[in-house]
Each structure stands twice: as C-alpha cells, then as structure tokens.
Design a protein around this ligand. Structure first.
Ligand code: AHR
Length: 505
C-alpha cells in the first residue's frame, strides 16, 4: 500500500494556538481529591499537591487548564471554596451525586496552576446562579484591591490579582442533565448580561459562550443561532464538546471518527458565520473545543460506587492502544482547523477520563493516550501546512452509531512547520489494521537536512492497556526514514501513530 503527501512551505492553514493543548480539572470523582490534591499522600508538597502528578502534568504539556467544571460548576458556590478551610462547608454536588468537601477551591487551583505551568480557564455558574455572581468571581480573581472581594482575595493570601484571561459562561447549558438548564433564548440573555458585567470588571478578559454539548443534540443549530443572536459581539469563542467511543468494537469505523469531529467543527463554524453574516459583523467567532476525548469504557460503572460520598471513583476509563490512535488523530483534526479552533481541552486531565491516573496510596502513571497528546503538544507548534494527500481508502460505517458508509483515507496525516526550530513535523497514522504503508512526503520549497526523530506508537494488540504496574504502550524510536532530495520516505506499520521531525533550512 502506497501513500503520497505534498506539502509546500507557503501553503498554510493557520498558526497553532498553544491553548488547543488544554486540560481540564473538574470536581468530579478523583480528579481533584486523590488526583491533584491529597495532603496525606507521601509525595504531597506543602500545599497538599501530589508532586508525582505535577510532574506528569508538566510532561503532558497542557498550557491551559479548565476548572472547576463541567456539570459540577452549574451548582457551585465559589465562595464555599475560599477562606479558612475549617470554615468551608460540605455540600451536596447534585451533578455527580457526591459530597463536596470544598477543601480545594479557587485559590488552591491558582497555586496549583502556577506550580503545574498552566494557565487557568475558569468557568462560572450560570445554572443555579447568574450574572452578578459571575461578576463577583471575576472581581475576586482579577481586581487589584480596594474592594471587599479583591481584599478578601488578598486576605486569603494572594496580594496580586490572578489575571485569569479566559472565562466560560457556564457549561453545557443546552443539556437537560445540567443543573439550571434552560432554553437557548434564556441562556443567551443570561450569558449576555454576565458577559457585560464581567468585561466591565476586567476588559482584558475573553469569554466562551456555550454552544452544543454534542452535535447529536436535537437543538444543535437552533441553539447556536439563538445564543449567538444575544452574545455575538460580547463573546470571543463558542464552546463545543464531543466524546468518542467504540462500544460495538468496530475498529475501522472507530478510527474514522476524526472525520466526524471535523464535520462538527465545520458545521458549527457555518452556524457562527451565518449569525455574523446576518448581523453584518466584521467579527469572527472562534471555537473553544473545551471537552473532547474517548469516553465509553467506564459508562454504566457509576452504579458500583456509593452515592453521596467524596472522591468516589467515577468515569475512570482505562484506555487501550486503539484509543491512543484515535486521540492522536483527534489532535490532528484540531490542528487541521488551526485557523478557527483557538482553544481545546482534553477532558479530563487526571483520573476522570484522563491521560494521567493515580493510585490512592501509590503512584501516578501514564495511560496510552498520554503519549500522542504529550508529543503533539510539544512538537505541534508553528504553522499547520495545507497538505495534498493521495492514499488508499477503506469503506467505514461512519459515526457511532453508524449513520452512513463513507470512504476513509487509510492515511491520516497533519504537518506543522516550526520556523523557530527549523523543522517540519509530520504526524501520521496508518489506519490500515494489517498492511504496511509506504509513505512519501514531498517537502516543496523546503530544503530538508536530516530526519531528527521518528517516534512510533504501536502494539501488536490493539486492546493493550497500561496500568500502575506496567506501561507496555509507549513510544519507541525508529531510525529507518530516508530523505531523497526534498522527499521523505518511510514505511508506516499497520495501526501505528507516528511523529517524524525533519530539520529544514
Ligand atoms: O467531562 C465529563 C462531563 O462531560 C462534564 O462534566 C460535562 O460537561 C460533560 O457532559
């Protein structure tokens, strides 16, 4: 099987915004408690943060972290999580039927972000609360001092404002499962007032308004229309969410899901631009794909853990090799839309549908999906190149549940030119499950010097998983790529994810 790719130095899709490599920490299951925060753990630091997790977060390379939810935020009183710990109330978390001890809150999150080398992306509660409470949180975080709320922050140990730049106006407000869910027009009005007051408090902030919580929602389209009608000039980004799975064990169809992610992005942008056109606005709304990942392995297992307890294991998907292939390709899809997708968050970062897992009394370890994420986040920087791809195709049932059959290219590839590092980075997955692929990548108008690195992620067993005991799914180095003039030549093994860095002049 042969595939060819042509890249040209001058043909570019857009610049990569590093915020597409964001993570997400929600008060959900063991993400916060036993995940990032566990004062009694042997490797906890003076703030109670697990240093093993901090190290892995830095290696994962998420420059942005969304917090505190998710569904959780829509019933959250942020005031419960600040001030002296012994005075903080224990509350019911209706979203996840759990107890919230509030021993970790906004100030702890800001400190954790600083240590983890990530910027906070805060969500406000527009479910059970409203614009005034959202404004108060911006004032608490970002106003320098001299008001009751900013002085409260100072008294709580942070004399300098946090300068949180990016704010979500609620979470998945289109979903009936959301505490305080409401019709689009009502949410649009609520978000508009919150946006006004938040930006009046700190004009430097950027806002993300809720789009659809998946393209399968019956309100998809109508929701975006109504919400953007109210918020178009105030919002900077529209949020979209989508989770992927292989519940019927149809691997070829599963591996075609990056195309479904791409369709969702394209359709949502059409909806945004239609509102902009109607309003004759010069402004373009960008996308914040602030929840995406594989989520299906753990579905239904919530029943096994007792309700109304704190930090009970929830959504602890254990990922296999084929999930890592998919995650790698979903990241390529985000890169392919670099011109309009400016923010994205893998959901989530630790323990809850996450690349990093922890044992309560033991170690932290890397899931299979950790690797394509970390390598793409590290090397997928610069300008995304517009590729011409010629590859054999296969017929796949498209979407889960399957909605149609579609021809899917066996090669999934995206390339980035990093002028600063002087390299072209080719990401490539051979989606064929049994045949090797001979691949040629022509680097037009580049002067290639050498192949600096080729990382391959594969395993004979697509269902292989990592665990605290062993991590059999991990990248290895390959050295058999060749350069012939301006053409890179290599053979991709079946069902493998690859990253090739070519030094160019
Ligand atoms: O990430 C898990 C949950 O999925 C989030 O809380 C919610 O926003 C989404 O439905």
């Amino acid at each position: 099987m042969k595939s060819k790719v042509i890249l040209n130095r001058h043909y570019r899709i857009g610049e990569v915004d590093e915020r597409i490599y964001g993570g997400f920490i929600e008060h959900l299951g063991r993400a916060v408690y036993e995940g990032i925060y566990q004062p009694e753990h042997p490797c906890a630091d003076g703030d109670g943060f697990r240093t093993d997790v901090l190290e892995l977060i830095r290696e994962l390379g998420t420059p942005l972290t969304r917090y505190p939810g998710g569904n959780f935020v829509s019933g959250y009183n942020w005031e419960d999580g600040v001030g002296p710990r012994e005075q903080r109330p224990v509350r019911l978390d209706l979203a996840w039927k759990a107890l919230e001890p509030n021993t970790f809150g906004t100030d702890e999150f800001m400190t954790w972000c600083r240590k983890a080398g990530t910027a906070p992306m805060m969500a406000v509660n527009l479910g059970t609360r409203g614009p005034a409470d959202a404004q108060r949180l911006v004032e608490y975080c970002n106003f320098p001092g001299g008001t009751a709320l900013s002085d409260q922050r100072r008294a709580n140990g942070s004399p300098e404002p946090y300068g949180v730049k990016l704010w979500c106006l609620g979470n998945e407000m289109d979903g009936v499962w959301q505490t305080g869910h409401c019709p689009a027009e009502e949410y649009g009005r609520r978000a508009q007032e919150a946006a006004k007051m938040m930006k009046w408090t700190d004009p430097s902030i950027e806002l993300v308004v809720c789009g659809s919580s998946s393209d399968g929602m019956p309100t998809f389209g109508a929701w975006e229309n109504a919400v953007l009608e109210e918020t178009y000039e105030l919002a900077d980004y529209l949020s979209i969410h989508k989770y992927f799975g292989n519940p019927h064990d149809q691997t070829p169809g599963y591996l075609s899901l990056p195309e479904a992610m791409s369709d969702f992005i394209i359709r949502t942008l059409a909806l945004c631009d239609a509102v902009g056109a109607r309003k004759k606005s010069a402004k373009k709304i960008m996308l914040s794909f602030d929840e995406w990942n594989v989520w299906f392995h753990s579905r239904g297992t919530e029943k096994n853990s007792p309700e109304w307890t704190a930090a009970r294991p929830l959504l602890e998907d254990i990922y296999n090799m084929e999930d890592a292939l998919l995650v790698g390709m979903l990241m390529m899809t985000l890169l392919d839309h670099a011109d309009r997708v400016k923010v994205a968050c893998i959901a989530q970062s630790v323990n809850v549908i996450a690349p990093i897992m922890t044992e309560k009394n033991g170690k932290a370890w890397k899931q299979t999906i950790f690797h394509p994420f970390a390598l793409t986040a590290k090397y997928g920087r610069g300008s995304v190149l517009r590729a011409v791809v010629d590859s054999p195709c296969y017929d796949a049932e498209f979407g889960v549940p399957a909605t149609a059959r579609r021809k899917i290219s066996s090669l999934r590839t995206t390339s980035v030119y990093n002028a600063e590092r002087g390299e072209v980075v080719v990401f490539a997955v051979n989606r064929d499950l049994s045949a090797e692929m001979e691949l040629e990548v022509r680097l037009e108008d580049f002067v290639p010097e050498r192949v600096a690195e080729w990382k391959e992620l594969r395993h004979d067993d697509l269902k292989a998983v990592n665990s605290a005991e062993s991590e059999p799914v991990a990248p290895t180095d390959r050295r058999d790529a060749a350069l012939d003039g301006d053409t890179l030549q290599l053979r991709l093994r079946p069902a493998s994810w690859n990253m090739i860095r070519v030094k160019v002049q």
